[in-house]
Design a protein around this ligand. Structure first.
Ligand SMILES: C[S@@+](CC[C@H](N)C(=O)[O-])C[C@H]1O[C@@H](n2cnc3c(N)ncnc32)[C@H](O)[C@@H]1O
Length: 275
Protein backbone atom coordinates (compact mmCIF):
# COMPACT_ATOMS: atom_id res chain seq x y z
CA UNK A 1 0.00 0.00 0.00
CA UNK A 2 1.83 3.14 -1.21
CA UNK A 3 1.01 6.24 0.85
CA UNK A 4 0.31 8.27 -2.31
CA UNK A 5 -1.86 5.63 -4.00
CA UNK A 6 -5.42 7.02 -4.06
CA UNK A 7 -7.01 3.60 -4.57
CA UNK A 8 -5.59 1.96 -1.45
CA UNK A 9 -4.22 4.48 1.05
CA UNK A 10 -6.64 6.58 3.11
CA UNK A 11 -4.79 9.32 5.02
CA UNK A 12 -5.60 9.57 8.73
CA UNK A 13 -6.65 13.22 8.21
CA UNK A 14 -9.56 11.97 6.06
CA UNK A 15 -11.16 10.23 9.05
CA UNK A 16 -12.88 13.45 10.15
CA UNK A 17 -14.80 13.58 6.86
CA UNK A 18 -16.35 10.21 7.56
CA UNK A 19 -16.90 10.43 11.32
CA UNK A 20 -19.02 13.60 10.88
CA UNK A 21 -21.55 11.63 8.82
CA UNK A 22 -24.92 10.27 9.89
CA UNK A 23 -27.29 8.15 7.83
CA UNK A 24 -29.76 11.05 7.81
CA UNK A 25 -27.27 13.61 6.48
CA UNK A 26 -25.18 11.31 4.29
CA UNK A 27 -27.09 8.23 3.17
CA UNK A 28 -30.88 8.59 3.54
CA UNK A 29 -31.55 5.91 0.89
CA UNK A 30 -29.86 3.26 3.06
CA UNK A 31 -31.56 4.64 6.17
CA UNK A 32 -34.98 4.02 4.58
CA UNK A 33 -34.19 0.33 4.08
CA UNK A 34 -33.07 -0.38 7.64
CA UNK A 35 -35.49 -2.04 10.06
CA UNK A 36 -35.00 -4.42 12.98
CA UNK A 37 -33.92 -7.86 11.74
CA UNK A 38 -32.38 -6.73 8.41
CA UNK A 39 -28.88 -8.15 7.80
CA UNK A 40 -26.32 -5.81 6.23
CA UNK A 41 -22.88 -6.01 4.64
CA UNK A 42 -21.29 -2.54 4.62
CA UNK A 43 -18.52 -2.52 2.05
CA UNK A 44 -15.81 0.13 2.49
CA UNK A 45 -17.14 0.97 5.94
CA UNK A 46 -14.26 3.37 6.70
CA UNK A 47 -14.16 4.21 10.43
CA UNK A 48 -17.54 2.52 10.84
CA UNK A 49 -19.61 5.58 11.74
CA UNK A 50 -22.52 4.73 9.44
CA UNK A 51 -22.11 0.97 10.03
CA UNK A 52 -22.43 1.35 13.80
CA UNK A 53 -25.52 3.55 13.43
CA UNK A 54 -26.98 0.95 11.03
CA UNK A 55 -26.19 -1.92 13.42
CA UNK A 56 -28.11 -0.19 16.22
CA UNK A 57 -31.08 0.32 13.92
CA UNK A 58 -31.27 -3.25 12.54
CA UNK A 59 -30.48 -5.22 15.73
CA UNK A 60 -31.01 -8.18 16.07
CA UNK A 61 -30.09 -8.26 12.36
CA UNK A 62 -26.42 -9.13 11.75
CA UNK A 63 -24.11 -6.42 10.41
CA UNK A 64 -20.65 -6.87 8.89
CA UNK A 65 -18.47 -3.84 8.14
CA UNK A 66 -15.46 -4.47 5.93
CA UNK A 67 -12.73 -2.24 4.52
CA UNK A 68 -9.54 -2.64 2.54
CA UNK A 69 -7.63 -0.40 4.87
CA UNK A 70 -6.49 -1.81 8.25
CA UNK A 71 -6.37 1.66 9.82
CA UNK A 72 -10.05 2.15 9.00
CA UNK A 73 -10.92 -1.16 10.67
CA UNK A 74 -8.81 -0.18 13.71
CA UNK A 75 -10.73 3.12 13.90
CA UNK A 76 -14.07 1.30 13.56
CA UNK A 77 -13.13 -1.14 16.34
CA UNK A 78 -11.99 1.73 18.53
CA UNK A 79 -15.37 3.41 18.00
CA UNK A 80 -17.24 0.18 18.76
CA UNK A 81 -15.04 -2.47 20.38
CA UNK A 82 -15.73 -6.10 19.42
CA UNK A 83 -18.75 -7.37 21.37
CA UNK A 84 -20.15 -3.96 22.33
CA UNK A 85 -22.89 -4.52 19.75
CA UNK A 86 -23.08 -8.34 19.68
CA UNK A 87 -24.55 -8.41 16.15
CA UNK A 88 -21.75 -6.28 14.60
CA UNK A 89 -18.31 -7.34 13.34
CA UNK A 90 -15.65 -5.52 11.35
CA UNK A 91 -12.92 -7.10 9.25
CA UNK A 92 -10.23 -6.03 6.82
CA UNK A 93 -10.67 -7.27 3.28
CA UNK A 94 -11.03 -6.41 -0.38
CA UNK A 95 -14.62 -6.76 -1.60
CA UNK A 96 -13.33 -7.96 -4.98
CA UNK A 97 -11.77 -11.00 -3.29
CA UNK A 98 -14.60 -11.74 -0.86
CA UNK A 99 -16.40 -15.08 -0.86
CA UNK A 100 -19.81 -13.98 0.43
CA UNK A 101 -22.59 -15.92 -1.21
CA UNK A 102 -26.26 -15.01 -0.72
CA UNK A 103 -25.91 -14.03 2.94
CA UNK A 104 -27.28 -10.49 3.31
CA UNK A 105 -30.62 -8.71 2.96
CA UNK A 106 -28.77 -5.51 2.04
CA UNK A 107 -25.26 -5.04 0.66
CA UNK A 108 -24.18 -1.40 0.75
CA UNK A 109 -21.22 0.59 -0.57
CA UNK A 110 -21.27 4.34 0.09
CA UNK A 111 -18.62 6.48 -1.63
CA UNK A 112 -16.44 3.41 -2.15
CA UNK A 113 -16.61 2.59 -5.85
CA UNK A 114 -15.12 6.01 -6.63
CA UNK A 115 -11.86 4.59 -5.19
CA UNK A 116 -11.87 1.25 -7.05
CA UNK A 117 -10.47 1.22 -10.62
CA UNK A 118 -12.30 -1.99 -11.58
CA UNK A 119 -15.56 -1.04 -9.90
CA UNK A 120 -17.46 -3.68 -11.91
CA UNK A 121 -15.63 -6.48 -10.06
CA UNK A 122 -16.68 -4.92 -6.75
CA UNK A 123 -20.34 -4.65 -7.78
CA UNK A 124 -20.31 -8.27 -9.00
CA UNK A 125 -18.99 -9.42 -5.59
CA UNK A 126 -21.63 -7.32 -3.85
CA UNK A 127 -24.36 -8.88 -5.98
CA UNK A 128 -23.09 -12.35 -4.99
CA UNK A 129 -23.17 -11.39 -1.31
CA UNK A 130 -26.86 -10.41 -1.41
CA UNK A 131 -29.49 -13.08 -0.76
CA UNK A 132 -31.92 -13.80 -3.62
CA UNK A 133 -34.49 -10.99 -3.48
CA UNK A 134 -32.08 -8.88 -1.38
CA UNK A 135 -30.87 -5.39 -2.28
CA UNK A 136 -27.61 -3.85 -3.39
CA UNK A 137 -27.41 -0.19 -2.37
CA UNK A 138 -24.77 2.08 -3.86
CA UNK A 139 -23.98 5.74 -3.35
CA UNK A 140 -21.32 7.64 -5.23
CA UNK A 141 -20.14 10.93 -6.62
CA UNK A 142 -20.11 12.57 -9.99
CA UNK A 143 -17.07 14.68 -9.09
CA UNK A 144 -17.08 16.32 -12.53
CA UNK A 145 -20.38 18.08 -11.73
CA UNK A 146 -19.38 19.72 -8.42
CA UNK A 147 -19.82 23.51 -8.28
CA UNK A 148 -18.80 26.36 -6.00
CA UNK A 149 -20.03 29.95 -6.25
CA UNK A 150 -17.25 32.34 -7.31
CA UNK A 151 -14.50 29.81 -6.46
CA UNK A 152 -11.03 31.23 -5.72
CA UNK A 153 -8.56 30.43 -8.53
CA UNK A 154 -6.21 28.38 -6.28
CA UNK A 155 -9.18 26.24 -5.25
CA UNK A 156 -10.17 25.69 -8.92
CA UNK A 157 -6.55 24.70 -9.62
CA UNK A 158 -6.62 22.24 -6.70
CA UNK A 159 -9.88 20.67 -7.77
CA UNK A 160 -8.69 20.27 -11.36
CA UNK A 161 -5.52 18.57 -10.05
CA UNK A 162 -7.72 16.37 -7.83
CA UNK A 163 -9.68 15.19 -10.87
CA UNK A 164 -6.48 14.60 -12.87
CA UNK A 165 -4.78 12.73 -10.00
CA UNK A 166 -7.79 10.45 -9.66
CA UNK A 167 -8.08 9.85 -13.41
CA UNK A 168 -4.35 9.08 -13.55
CA UNK A 169 -4.91 6.31 -11.01
CA UNK A 170 -7.68 4.81 -13.17
CA UNK A 171 -10.49 6.20 -10.98
CA UNK A 172 -13.72 7.39 -12.59
CA UNK A 173 -14.67 11.00 -11.82
CA UNK A 174 -18.21 10.35 -13.09
CA UNK A 175 -18.71 6.94 -11.44
CA UNK A 176 -22.21 7.98 -10.25
CA UNK A 177 -23.44 7.99 -13.84
CA UNK A 178 -22.07 4.49 -14.48
CA UNK A 179 -23.71 2.81 -11.47
CA UNK A 180 -26.88 1.60 -13.27
CA UNK A 181 -24.79 -0.04 -16.00
CA UNK A 182 -22.53 -1.71 -13.44
CA UNK A 183 -25.59 -3.13 -11.66
CA UNK A 184 -27.09 -4.43 -14.90
CA UNK A 185 -23.76 -6.07 -15.81
CA UNK A 186 -23.75 -7.79 -12.40
CA UNK A 187 -27.18 -9.31 -13.17
CA UNK A 188 -29.12 -7.09 -10.76
CA UNK A 189 -32.64 -6.02 -11.71
CA UNK A 190 -35.14 -3.24 -10.94
CA UNK A 191 -32.26 -0.80 -10.83
CA UNK A 192 -33.47 2.48 -9.38
CA UNK A 193 -31.23 5.56 -9.62
CA UNK A 194 -31.95 8.35 -7.12
CA UNK A 195 -30.06 11.61 -7.71
CA UNK A 196 -28.74 13.16 -4.49
CA UNK A 197 -27.88 16.76 -5.30
CA UNK A 198 -26.73 18.52 -2.15
CA UNK A 199 -26.59 22.31 -2.15
CA UNK A 200 -25.39 24.04 0.99
CA UNK A 201 -25.32 27.79 1.54
CA UNK A 202 -23.34 29.86 4.05
CA UNK A 203 -25.44 30.29 7.17
CA UNK A 204 -27.17 26.91 6.89
CA UNK A 205 -26.60 24.49 9.77
CA UNK A 206 -24.86 21.86 7.60
CA UNK A 207 -22.67 24.30 5.62
CA UNK A 208 -19.43 23.89 7.57
CA UNK A 209 -19.68 20.10 7.66
CA UNK A 210 -20.51 19.76 3.95
CA UNK A 211 -18.21 22.46 2.53
CA UNK A 212 -15.54 21.80 5.16
CA UNK A 213 -15.04 18.30 3.74
CA UNK A 214 -12.82 19.89 1.10
CA UNK A 215 -10.54 21.46 3.70
CA UNK A 216 -10.00 17.94 5.02
CA UNK A 217 -9.48 16.65 1.46
CA UNK A 218 -6.77 19.29 0.96
CA UNK A 219 -5.12 18.22 4.23
CA UNK A 220 -5.33 14.51 3.42
CA UNK A 221 -5.65 13.63 -0.26
CA UNK A 222 -3.92 16.94 -1.09
CA UNK A 223 -0.70 15.70 0.51
CA UNK A 224 -0.94 12.49 -1.54
CA UNK A 225 -1.39 14.61 -4.66
CA UNK A 226 1.74 16.63 -3.82
CA UNK A 227 3.68 13.41 -3.16
CA UNK A 228 2.52 12.06 -6.54
CA UNK A 229 3.65 15.26 -8.31
CA UNK A 230 0.17 16.48 -9.33
CA UNK A 231 0.42 19.70 -7.36
CA UNK A 232 3.10 21.87 -5.72
CA UNK A 233 2.94 22.16 -1.95
CA UNK A 234 2.61 25.96 -2.33
CA UNK A 235 -0.45 25.42 -4.54
CA UNK A 236 -2.01 23.10 -1.95
CA UNK A 237 -1.45 25.69 0.78
CA UNK A 238 -2.83 28.53 -1.38
CA UNK A 239 -5.93 26.45 -2.12
CA UNK A 240 -6.44 25.71 1.58
CA UNK A 241 -6.03 29.34 2.58
CA UNK A 242 -8.30 30.82 -0.10
CA UNK A 243 -10.96 28.10 0.25
CA UNK A 244 -11.06 28.67 4.02
CA UNK A 245 -11.64 32.39 3.37
CA UNK A 246 -14.26 31.55 0.73
CA UNK A 247 -16.14 29.57 3.38
CA UNK A 248 -16.54 32.77 5.41
CA UNK A 249 -18.23 34.63 2.54
CA UNK A 250 -21.91 35.29 3.35
CA UNK A 251 -23.09 34.13 -0.11
CA UNK A 252 -20.90 31.02 -0.49
CA UNK A 253 -22.74 28.08 -2.11
CA UNK A 254 -21.55 24.53 -2.81
CA UNK A 255 -23.37 21.89 -4.86
CA UNK A 256 -22.22 18.27 -4.94
CA UNK A 257 -23.77 15.55 -7.07
CA UNK A 258 -24.15 11.96 -5.91
CA UNK A 259 -26.40 9.17 -7.13
CA UNK A 260 -27.88 6.48 -4.91
CA UNK A 261 -28.86 3.15 -6.41
CA UNK A 262 -31.16 0.45 -5.13
CA UNK A 263 -31.08 -2.77 -7.16
CA UNK A 264 -32.51 -6.21 -6.50
CA UNK A 265 -30.84 -9.59 -6.69
CA UNK A 266 -32.77 -12.05 -8.81
CA UNK A 267 -34.68 -14.70 -6.90
CA UNK A 268 -34.51 -17.46 -9.48
CA UNK A 269 -34.92 -17.69 -13.25
CA UNK A 270 -38.28 -19.40 -12.81
CA UNK A 271 -39.64 -16.67 -10.51
CA UNK A 272 -38.51 -14.06 -12.99
CA UNK A 273 -40.79 -15.39 -15.72
CA UNK A 274 -43.66 -13.02 -16.30
CA UNK A 275 -47.09 -14.31 -17.36
C1 LIG B 1 -14.64 7.54 1.25
S1 LIG B 1 -14.51 6.12 2.27
C2 LIG B 1 -16.24 5.87 2.64
C3 LIG B 1 -16.51 5.39 4.04
C4 LIG B 1 -18.00 5.25 4.39
N1 LIG B 1 -18.65 4.27 3.54
C5 LIG B 1 -18.70 6.59 4.29
O1 LIG B 1 -19.52 6.78 3.39
O2 LIG B 1 -18.42 7.45 5.13
C6 LIG B 1 -14.16 4.80 1.14
C7 LIG B 1 -13.64 3.55 1.83
O3 LIG B 1 -13.62 2.46 0.88
C8 LIG B 1 -12.53 1.62 1.22
N2 LIG B 1 -12.21 0.77 0.05
C9 LIG B 1 -11.61 1.15 -1.10
N3 LIG B 1 -11.46 0.09 -1.91
C10 LIG B 1 -11.99 -1.00 -1.27
C11 LIG B 1 -12.13 -2.38 -1.59
N4 LIG B 1 -11.66 -2.86 -2.75
N5 LIG B 1 -12.73 -3.21 -0.71
C12 LIG B 1 -13.17 -2.72 0.49
N6 LIG B 1 -13.05 -1.42 0.86
C13 LIG B 1 -12.48 -0.56 -0.01
C14 LIG B 1 -11.44 2.62 1.58
O4 LIG B 1 -10.41 2.02 2.33
C15 LIG B 1 -12.22 3.68 2.37
O5 LIG B 1 -12.20 3.44 3.75
Amino acid sequence: MRASDPATAVPAEALGIMTARTLANSHPVLLERLAPGVSLLDVGCGPGTLTIEAARRVAPGAVVGMDLNPEMIAAAEAACPPGEIPTLVFYRGDIRESGWDGEFDVVNAARVLQWIPDAGAAVAAMARAARPGGAVVLLDFAHVKAEWSRPPAPWTRFYQAFLEWRAGAGLDNAIADRLPGLCAAAGLRDVQAIPQVETVRAGEPDFYRAAGIWRLVMESRGRQMVAAGHLAEAERRAALETYTRWMQEPDAVQTLHQTAIVATKRTSRRNDRRP
